[in-house]
Design a protein around this ligand. Sequence first.
Ligand code: SIN
Length: 316
Amino acid sequence: MRESSFDFSTTLGSAWFPAPVFTASGCASSGRELSQFFPLDEIGAVVTKSVMLKERLGRPTPRMAETPSGMLNSIGLQGPGIDAFLAKDVPWLVENKARVIVSIAGETVDEYGVLARRLRSVPGISAVEVNISCPNVDNRGLVFACDPESAKAVVESVRRTLAGDLPIIVKLSPDVTNIASIARVVVDAGADALALINTLLGMVINTDTMFPHLGGKTGGLSGPAIRPVAVRAIFQVHEALPKVPILGMGGVRTGRDAFEMILAGASGVSVGTASFGNPTALIDVQNELKQLLISKGFNSVQEAVGFAHRPSKANP
Ligand code: SIN
């Protein structure tokens, strides 16, 4: 297969992207810093930091802790609020020819609906990520993704508001017993695609002070340490819902890591924590992934999605 005829594009619901590598929400804000290192139109899309209705200061510091092969963050959804975001960030991204997936997070079901309404007529948005799985909220009851009824209510509210205007990608938490059953609930409620996985809830205690290191006590674990959890979640959800596109994420550092997620069932892959140490990680992952797909004999990304589910000699 020649590189020029290889189809590197992908789709998430009705949204089409020329490449399958995306930023991970929260790890590149609205893409301004990364744009110093590569043109944003070279990647699939920028998934923006989850934005809330009002400006939010986030959690107390310290907000980060290094862990073996990963890190904990306890940001607490700091952000400018939807109005400032729509006034400044989306126009800047569109001007820079980036494809944009806007991630939203609400404190209540109604707030998700209000956020979705604000996005309805904004030009230049490819899809909406509905983040129902942020672990850094003081009331754990607000992790809608951990409760099927709450998850359903949020997705129904966004679906009702957006009608068919924009595809909805719902971001789920790995901190549940059966992620495939939550996935089914949100798809039945109107999700077009799923983002798997958000960070895992974790904690670090400083053994000198003998108190929790993070100001918010708990945080979300990301980085290579969680990649096997993400691969497992993607595999299980793809097995249960093979037609539902998945944006995979969680510890992707190399093209081979991205390839693993695609084999598990992801149609696209987000790179997050790796960008902190290597700002060109997205481009490196994308180039390596393309070469790997071609070297394995695939003609397109789509052909490789979920390949690991096929019967093999080892697993007939
Ligand atoms: C945060 O802002 O605390 C992280 C958001 C998330 O993990 O969903």
